[in-house]
Design a protein around this ligand. Structure first.
Ligand code: 5GP
Ligand code: MN
Length: 320
């Protein structure tokens, strides 16, 4: 953290970048850090390859998020948040990042880090937004209500609303501090957990496609592009579905396979905790955490599904 903090305090023009298909923590940590550093007199820009899920459009400062690197202008430091592999930030930003002379990383995902001039990567944190909050506290930066709102959303969503095993006493302390700093829990929750008919229809489709195997311990389902089109939904509408599958009593591991507009297959995996799904993801070039991981693969839906199912069955067998 010290090295990253030193690089940030030396920089005056910063570009903040997080991962594609951004979630609440990717956007919350980027925008939270943007507010914190702007207040410190720095020039800050935020890049996201998108698509931005609707529930995060309310985040203060969202209008500063750009999906064009040219608009980002010159910077003396790039901070990569909520991921540590340059290609994870997007097709255009991956090669762009590889050319940058000065990159600092703040992330809480598993895996080897071999990129950046300084990297604070620590999977003991539940959220990158939790790390940014602690960084602000250590540095003595003021946390405005806008910054607190963004960071709270990151902590809230990455802990499944303070339900997952990553919800430590430190998480509650950080959440309490952010609430104290002006994050309003109920207005935020109404935005983040708004139900949308198209998503409920999508969930219906996922439940129709549900396949339980391994004595009910493995739950698999899929969504095709045709399914998405039918309900008028996009890739950003699927964030919560795989969690719902994991919560079926008896299910130890769940996976959702979805076709992407570019013809690849995005795999989302969740475990109750006994099987480490990040191993399966990392082995195939993806990443994540022990209980939540993913990877995007070329190939057809059935082929990818068969391959992943085999790997997950092996994980389940090793456990029992
Ligand atoms: P989700 O299934 O919600 O997309 O992602 C679950 C976890 O796995 C998140 O921590 C996410 O960052 C990570 N993850 C998902 N897809 C990929 C991927 O294609 N590459 C990497 N490195 N991580 C991924
Ligand atoms: Mn995160």
């Amino acid at each position: 953290m010290k090295d990253v903090a030193a690089m940030i305090s030396r920089a005056s023009r910063l570009l903040l970048i997080s991962h594609v298909l951004p979630d609440g923590d990717a956007l919350g940590s980027s925008l939270g850090l943007m507010h914190l550093l702007t207040e410190q007199g720095k020039q800050v820009r935020v890049f996201s390859a998108g698509p931005i899920p609707e529930e995060y459009l309310f985040l203060p400062g969202m209008d500063h998020v750009s999906d064009e690197l040219s608009k980002a202008g010159d910077q003396d430091l790039v901070v990569m948040l909520d991921c540590h592999q340059p290609e994870r930030t997007g097709q255009v930003s991956g090669p762009f990042l590889a050319k940058q002379p000065s990159v600092a990383i703040i992330d809480h995902h598993q895996g080897e880090v071999d990129f950046g001039q300084a990297a604070w990567v620590d999977p003991s944190y539940a959220a990158t937004s939790e790390m940014v909050t602690i960084l602000a506290q250590e540095q003595g930066w003021n946390v405005s209500p806008q910054a607190a709102t963004c960071l709270f959303v990151g902590v809230q969503t990455d802990t499944g609303s303070f339900r997952y095993g990553n919800t430590t006493p430190r998480v509650f302390r950080v959440a309490a501090d952010l609430t104290q700093a002006g994050a309003e829990v109920w207005p935020i929750s109404q935005e983040v957990y708004a139900t949308r008919p198209k998503r409920l229809r999508l969930l219906g489709r996922i439940m129709e496609n549900l396949e339980l195997s391994q004595e009910g311990r493995l739950a698999l389902s899929q969504i095709t592009l045709a399914d998405l089109e039918k309900v008028g939904a996009g890739p950003a509408d699927l964030e919560q579905a795989v969690e719902t599958l994991r919560l079926i009593p008896g299910v130890e591991v769940s996976a959702l396979f979805r076709q992407t507009p570019k013809g690849a297959i995005k795999v989302s995996m969740r475990s109750r905790g006994k099987v480490d799904v990040s191993q399966v993801a990392i082995a195939l070039g993806g990443g994540g955490h022990k209980s939540a991981a993913g990877v995007t693969l070329e190939g057809n839906l059935q082929g990818v599904r068969r391959d992943i199912a085999t790997r997950l069955r092996q994980g389940l067998e090793a456990m029992s």
